[in-house]
Design a protein around this ligand. Structure first.
Ligand SMILES: CC(C)=CCC/C(C)=C/CC/C(C)=C/CC/C(C)=C/[C@@H]1[C@@H](COP(=O)(O)OP(=O)(O)O)[C@]1(C)CC/C=C(\C)CC/C=C(\C)CCC=C(C)C
Ligand SMILES: [Mn+2]
Length: 405
């Protein structure tokens, strides 16, 4: 079943690019790029950079330029949320939010439901989590999930060996089209609708494609600054795409920037964990997603990774890497309480589940060459009530309240 679905959702290399307007139903979203330069010049990257920089300096690395670059996107996203709050009030006054036709609604429902099916097939636990969200938010997260999954499948899926930069250009053009209300297929139609309703900017989506481009041509990372940028591209972006849809609690006192920063940190933490889990698997594909300078400082070389022997040097290197990933999780945890009530539980659940992969690497005595660290079913189930408790206790509002923002 998964294989069949994969073929369906994996965008085919040969698909004609003329992007027929199969679902040209979505109004042009003209509200994507506003307020960016003002916010940037006012905040001068200060808050987020210092948070991320203090993390990266922990393991022998000076703060680098990637964090500044990424923080610009965070500020831009945060500015969009503020803009949309104003627009919503205007819509209520003018009645614009009731202007959708019935036909469009039916087609879109079908498209969203397909996104839900894909999500349920590929990410069961996460899908269950989304069921706790309001129906509107849930289907929007599904649409984002499917686009991310399809993008990842381009370079990680069964057709990955045929993927060229040109194919990614075509994928990016489809992205531009869907943001302008010209979706290519029904999954895109769902996302096109989502981005017209929520303050989601195109930049994180483009950046994810950039990450896939990077993956096509790069198999080594000189230092943590380079790795950080890669992690932002392929995973930090997911955090930035998700927050506008999951919503910030209306009663949250935190700055929008700080919530985006936490979301970014969760993406980075997840990706770093993913990398540490998959060291052996990646090495067998000739790839090493570890900072080369830190490997050298630990007295380790690429050869040691390819040999895959767990030595004291390797253990000590891994301890540092795990510590850094946990710091990003800690940074992320600060932001979950600020999300709208119904979104906190699924985010806590996914955070706790992913973080436990790090514990599992330790239990495996740092053998991530031949053993794949995983979280067993019992632990997975145990995490759900823990996540619920945290969502209930550390929140700006009670869980039972409907999300409003
Ligand atoms: C509630 C929740 C988790 C929402 C996010 C839903 C969403 C849109 C997920 C998309 C995930 C996806 C398909 C990304 C494509 C790139 C990719 C595969 C990244 C890796 C994920 C792990 O997937 P997997 O194990 O399948 O990877 P492999 O195929 O094995 O390589 C990543 C490691 C990163 C995923 C990143 C996130 C889920 C970011 C989550 C951040 C938030 C939801 C923000 C929360 C907000 C605050 C304030 C903390
Ligand atoms: Mn992948």
């Amino acid at each position: 079943m998964a294989g069949a679905l994969l073929r369906v959702i994996c965008p085919t290399e040969n698909a004609s690019f003329a992007a027929p307007t199969l679902f040209s139903l979505v109004p042009k979203n003209g509200s994507q790029v506003r307020g960016y330069s003002t916010v940037c010049s006012r905040l001068k990257f200060s808050t987020g950079v210092s948070a991320a920089a203090s993390l990266s300096s922990l393991v022998a690395n000076p703060p680098g330029s990637s964090e500044k670059k990424v923080y610009e996107v965070v500020l831009k996203q945060a500015a969009l949320v503020k803009e949309q709050k104003k627009e919503k009030i205007l819509d209520v006054i003018t009645g614009n939010d009731q202007a959708e036709s019935m036909t469009r609604g039916d087609l879109l429902n079908g498209a969203y439901n397909r996104c839900g099916e894909v999500c349920a097939e590929y990410a069961k636990t996460f899908y269950l989590g989304t069921l706790l969200m309001t129906p509107e938010r849930r289907r929007a997260v599904w649409a984002i999930y499917v686009w991310c999954r399809r993008t990842d499948e381009l370079v990680d899926g069964p057709n990955a060996s045929h993927i060229t930069p040109k194919a990614l250009d075509r994928w990016e053009q489809k992205l531009n089209d869907l943001f302008e209300g010209r979706p290519y297929d029904m999954y895109d139609a769902a996302l096109s609708d989502t981005v017209s309703k929520y303050p989601v900017d195109i930049q994180p989506f483009k950046d994810m494609i950039k990450g896939m481009r990077m993956d096509l041509k790069k198999s080594r990372y000189k230092n943590f600054d380079e790795l950080y940028l890669y992690c932002y591209y392929v995973a930090g972006t997911v955090g930035l795409m998700s927050v506008p849809v999951m919503g910030i609690a209306p009663e949250s006192k935190a700055s929008t920037e700080s919530v985006y920063n936490a979301a970014l940190a969760l993406g980075i933490a997840n990706q770093l964990t993913n990398i540490l889990r998959d060291v052996g698997e990646d090495a067998r594909r000739g790839r090493i997603y570890l900072p080369q300078d830190e490997l050298a400082q630990a007295g380790l070389s690429d050869e040691d990774i390819f040999k895959g022997k767990v030595t004291d040097k390797w253990r000590s290197f891994m301890k540092g890497q795990i510590k850094r990933a946990r710091m990003f999780f800690d940074e992320a945890e600060k932001g979950v309480a600020e999300l709208s009530a119904a979104s906190r539980w699924p985010v806590w659940a996914s955070l706790l589940l992913y973080k436990q992969i790090l514990d599992s690497i330790e239990v495996n005595d740092y053998d991530n060459f031949t053993k794949r660290a995983y979280v067993g079913k019992a632990k997975k189930f145990a995490s759900l009530p823990i996540a619920y408790g945290r969502a209930l206790m550390h929140g700006s509002s009670k869980l039972a309240e409907p999300a409003r923002s």
